[in-house]
Design a protein around this ligand. Sequence first.
Ligand code: MV4
Length: 446
Amino acid sequence: MAVLKKILIANRGEVALRIIRACQELGIRTVAVHSEADVDALHVRFADEDICIGPPASQQSYLNIPSIISAAEITDAQAIHPGYGFLAENAHFAEICETCQIKFIGPSAETIRLMGDKAQARKQAQLAGVPVLQGSGSIDDPKEARKIAHQIGYPVIIKAVGGGGGKGMRIVHTDASFLNAFMTAQAEASAAVGNALVYIEKFLEEPKHIEIQILADEYGNIIHLGERDCSIQRRYQKLLEESPCAVINPEIRQKMADAAIKLVKQVNYFSAGTVEFLLDKNNFYFMEMNTRIQVEHPVTEMVTNIDLVKEQIRIAAKEKLAYKQEDVKICGHAIECRLNAEDPDRDFIPSPGKITGFNVPGGPGVRVDTAVYTNHVISPYYDSLIAKLIVWGNDRPEALARIKRALREFVIQGIKSTIPLHIRVLRNAKFQSGNFTTRFMDNFLK
Ligand code: MV4
């Protein structure tokens, strides 16, 4: 990597480790940043250099732009990898990096801003000829909005323009309940993302949530790496993801991939990215685009044998894509379970604390992405992800058997985890059929 000799990782936890590993294999030096709560974190131990950027609260450390930029300047890092969450989709941060002549590892600030406005993103999809659901642009007058909702026909869903991941979302079934829901959505959007703007879409009751992984370089080369089925979610938090989708037919898959590439072209996108769709029977609709590496990227890595984080770094170093579309072969089947420090028997309340015993599974086809170790303390300050368990199998039945086997080997003592819940989901006949929708977890937990 001629132009990138040192990268600062503006993140923590398993994803910080994931990025450090990619850098080490590419011969790039790494700088970890950490809060006062993360002095003993593995990302700090694994990086070549480390620097404290503030107190435990994210707002004052992992979201503290001046501290992070200073850390990059002090250590002479030429680039910053934001991981996911925190500053990963903050256009202002990407812009500041550019101004300070630090390469932001991701797309341009302009594209992050455009896709971060979910109403604008819809417009771009339409311009690119990608199907979208019936809906509105950004709208703020409640009565005007109700007229549009009525025209679309209920149920409709109100979404935050600055949202993504379900923040400030409201499903509405009648004219009578619309105004109240609309104003609540505006207030929630304002509180959650600091932007009260919302838009409306026809609500699909039982779709699948399917996303296409793409890679694009700065020279206009674009490839897709197939899809992930992310329909298993609770409160818009993904619990389990797989690739490929078990029930999609090849024509639909090709059409979704073509649509994703059309959108990527339309917005001059480069880096790794994900285009999310809703799939209803054999119709699909653009939902949003994520301009970051995602939590569930390993399932795609397992079925393509392509290291997405390395590719992101190579693209940032102005290299051309090393793969052509015909080089991408989807091989076998991968599943990921997100193991969270939550108690599924007590409405998923967070279960932070000391991990007194930790044993990760192994054997053929098993990958564990974690930054946890025995006697590590899960802090209440950050998200509750303990580990991602990812398995590969020659086919879906083998992957299912393997992930059940691996979950039984996994030992997490001292705190509650979602392992028992995952085992129950994997035993469920509807889940096993592959024929499940976004409604699955609500029904399952009822
Ligand atoms: C939808 C939808 C159905 N219709 N939009 C959830 C998170 C965010 N990325 C968008 N999401 C959805 N948007 C329309 N027009 C369904 C979801 C959705 C979902 C909804 C309810 C319960 C679970 C869900 C899981 C995934 C996606």
